[in-house]
Design a protein around this ligand. Structure first.
Ligand SMILES: Nc1ncnc2c1ncn2[C@@H]1O[C@H](COP(=O)(O)OP(=O)(O)OP(=O)(O)O)[C@@H](O)[C@H]1O
Ligand SMILES: [Mg+2]
Length: 250
């Protein structure tokens, strides 16, 4: 069975940055290809991983809907759909990437969504590690890509308000009966340490574990230059911190 990691949090806290660095850290540690899933409709995990996304699941869904009659009967046609889906996966050196994209039209997608779900479950099972980069907010965690996860990671900025949001996201995940075995709070873009005033909020957030992902100038430089995080030196502050985070994922 694969180890599924879902990365969530409010907008702009560093979810995709953590996801991209986790993909590299996990694949290097395990010596295996990791599956990266970009579940944010405003997809950019591909950019951060340095691959050009040619096809999203959203686009594929549109194509399939147009050909719904053709694919609604018979096993071999379903196999053809699965084949198409595999083509929508981008291959990097140390990872494969699935980009969910947007659901574009308003047609009846139930049948196709079911097919896609079956495919994704099947695909996920064949990787040791799956890292899902989610859109800001939580609602979609109960859907499609995140039915079962081993580690729910919520990223927060180092502020009291941010930590309250992280706590709410965890509470919501529990209310929605999202299944996760473990939960981890990652406080991103920290300075040398955490201000004393925040420790109480961290405690109250109720995560099984928490850790810091320091602010790293080199991450910022790459973002400004539009370069992928695969170029981030492994000894940089953020990469080193993510290596330690990955250590907790086994
Ligand atoms: N540890 C870090 N050090 C320096 N800059 C960082 C760090 N983490 C993230 N950033 C920068 O913060 C910005 C937002 O990061 P990122 O895109 O990872 O956030 P996000 O939570 O995925 O955002 P969104 O909600 O829009 O998907 C980016 O410019 C990124 O380069
Ligand atoms: Mg993002």
């Amino acid at each position: 069975m694969s180890y599924v990691i879902a990365v969530a949090g409010k907008g702009g806290v560093g979810k995709s940055t953590l996801s991209a660095l986790l993909v590299r850290a996990l694949s290097e540690r395990a010596g295996e290809i990791v599956l990266a899933v970009d579940a944010d409709p405003n997809a950019n995990l591909g950019d951060k991983l340095g691959v050009k996304v040619e096809r999203t699941i959203g686009q594929l869904r549109e194509d399939l809907l147009k050909r719904a009659d053709e694919i609604s009967g018979g096993g071999s046609k379903q196999d053809a759909v699965m084949y198409q889906l595999r083509l929508a996966m981008m291959e990097g050196e140390k990872f494969d990437l699935v980009t969910m994209g947007r659901q574009e039209g308003r047609g009846c997608y139930c049948y196709i969504n079911n097919l896609l779900r079956t495919f994704l479950d099947e695909v996920m099972d064949s990787y040791r590690y799956v890292v899902i980069d989610n859109e800001a907010g939580m609602e979609h965690l109960s859907r499609r890509t995140c039915q079962r996860m081993d580690m729910l990671v919520v990223v927060s900025d180092p502020t009291a308000v941010g930590l309250t949001t992280a706590r709410r996201i965890l509470e919501l995940a529990k209310e929605m009966e999202v299944q996760f075995a473990h939960s981890m709070l990652v406080i991103s873009r920290t300075g040398d340490g955490l201000p004393d005033t925040l420790f109480k909020a961290v405690e109250e957030a109720g995560f099984e574990s928490w850790t810091m992902l320091p602010y790293d100038e080199r991450v910022e430089e790459l973002a400004v230059a539009g370069r992928p995080l695969t170029e981030l030196p492994r000894k940089s502050k953020a990469a080193a911190a993510v290596l330690e985070i990955a250590e907790q994922m086994r």
